[in-house]
Ligand binder design. Sequence first.
Ligand code: ZN
Length: 272
Amino acid sequence: MDLNRLCVHTITTKPWTLLQALQSYQNAGVGGISIWQNAIENIGFAEARKMLDDHEIEVVSYVRGGFFPADSEAGRSQAIGHNKYMLDEAAALGAPSLVLVCGAHPGQSLQTSRAQIKQGIEAILPHAEDLEIKLSIEPLHPMYADTRSAINTLAQANDMAEYFDSLWVGVAIDVYHLWWDPDLYQQIERCGQHNNMVAYHICDWKSPTNDMLNDRGLMGEGCIPIREISDQILKAGFDGFHEVEIFSEHYWNMDQENFLGLIVEAFNNIYS
Ligand code: ZN
């Protein structure tokens, strides 16, 4: 696996500005960048786009839209408006896809949240089509089913993507959220058969995990069979980027240049 297939999410090196990230990723030979909204907050789109154009790095995705469910009509339409705005932002940055962390509301059933997710995607799909930006539904680990996502398995994400049956709706497969699923390989195959594999996120599950959100591990550091999952992904026809998405207080506290070195080393080790 060549380093030009490695993509790093800006949140992974959160302490860095977009410019620092672009320079260091480029120097390290990283091929792609996925941009989180907070990374461009203080820059503005024209400036961010110029920085991106000035570097030999491909923009892979913009992160993260979604969060459609709410317990009021006003809340739901606000979410739809926000997602349309994020699609405009993605277009301004030249990102070909928007990752959807679909959302959930603890005051209502998961079924209700899923219906609202479907309505939300339906409402923003015409805008995504106009801008030619793919919506990638990312199933999240069930430990986040209370507030972050009512889509918790790849089967559910596949169901949703196949319901829309659109070139502009697909799935983001993240090993952190899905490694435990006994149906994972079957569902990866299904995702490939329907041409719904838009993105592939990698990191590792540390054991023990000390924080449910911000203690993800470097590839090879935990218990996820990443190489085996990647082999299934490739077998199913995925030829996109392998995106490193690590939220970690431990690594954010480290010198980020050293951390990036560890990411490249871990990527090479996994695929050697
Ligand atoms: Zn992810």
